[in-house]
Design a protein around this ligand. Structure first.
Ligand SMILES: [Zn+2]
Length: 74
């Protein structure tokens, strides 16, 4: 019965997505939660919990130029 487990990123518990009662989509990724409490906590601040290492591949946005506006010139 090897099921693909997912991580409840709020409390850190592992869940079977089939049994996860609460799920949310954030930035095209599914998140699963063990309880409405975790779900609401995620909804309150998704960016805080949406950690790429739990979700899979993640592309760091590359910026054109570094912004060094406050380079100390001594
Ligand atoms: Zn939880």
């Amino acid at each position: 019965m090897a099921k693909e487990n997912v991580l409840d990123v709020v409390c850190g518990v592992r869940l079977d997505p089939v049994n996860a009662s609460y799920e949310a989509v954030y930035e095209d990724r599914m998140y699963y939660f063990c309880s409405d409490r975790c779900y609401e906590e995620f909804q309150r601040d998704p960016a805080r919990y949406a950690q790429p290492e739990f979700g899979g591949e993640f592309q760091v946005p590359t910026e054109g130029e570094p912004d060094f506006t406050e380079t100390p010139a001594l």
